[in-house]
Design a binder for this molecule. Structure first.
Ligand code: IMP
Ligand code: MG
Length: 182
């Protein structure tokens, strides 16, 4: 699959992303104003660029933590298992918590992580996703804040990968195969 030739067509420019990140950070800052500390949790690895830009625009005392989850899909069955590969270092009980995700697709990952966090009884728990593909949703979940809604295309860049490549692109682009196959 990764061996197939493809090109990347720009979908969202670096400038458009920066403007949207600033807007999201402004809304998040307003929402949590007065907090003693906001724990911003990035879901690895796809959110690492987004969270780096986002936290620098959030005007609140912030702690940064990371969680790595992996979803094992079986294309034929809709019930998917999500495994935690790396848990948080810090506690979130009685804390204000913001989950930062690169892209919500079926929603299974976020659904699982959110349920797991809720069991730890944070004070407030919100979600900020850079991208959302609502047409792909299977789990009943939505982000508090979404950067951009996109169609059902496979995208890369700004932290998001295709077979671990293209995370370093400064923009979001869609993968287009050039070998003629679907
Ligand atoms: P979900 O559990 O189906 O919502 O999975 C979301 C995760 O799948 C994202 O955090 C990405 O890691 C990955 N993903 C979904 N769509 C894309 C895409 O278009 N490009 C790259 N990764 C994607
Ligand atoms: Mg991810």
């Amino acid at each position: 699959m990764a061996e197939r030739p493809y090109v990347i067509d720009q979908m969202i420019s670096a400038k458009a992303i920066a403007a949207r990140v600033e807007g999201l950070a402004r809304e998040i800052t307003a929402h949590f104003r007065g907090t003693d500390k906001l724990v911003v949790v990035g879901l690895l690895r796809g959110s690492f660029v987004f969270i780096a830009d986002l936290v620098r625009e959030i005007d609140l005392p912030v702690e940064v933590d990371f969680l790595e989850a992996s979803s094992y899909g079986d294309a034929l069955h809709s019930s998917r298992e999500v495994r935690i590969l790396k848990d948080l270092r810090g506690e979130i009980a009685s804390r204000d918590v913001l989950i930062v995700e690169d892209i919500i697709d079926t929603g299974f990952t976020l659904h699982h992580v959110k349920r797991m966090f809720e069991a730890r009884e944070p004070k407030r728990l919100e979600v900020c996703a850079l991208l959302d593909k609502p047409s792909r949703r299977e789990a009943d979940i939505r982000a508090t804040w979404t950067g951009f809604e996109i169609p059902d295309e496979f995208v890369v860049g700004y932290g998001i990968d295709f077979a671990q490549r293209n995370r370093n692109l400064p923009y979001i682009g869609k993968v287009r195969f050039t070998d003629g196959a679907a």
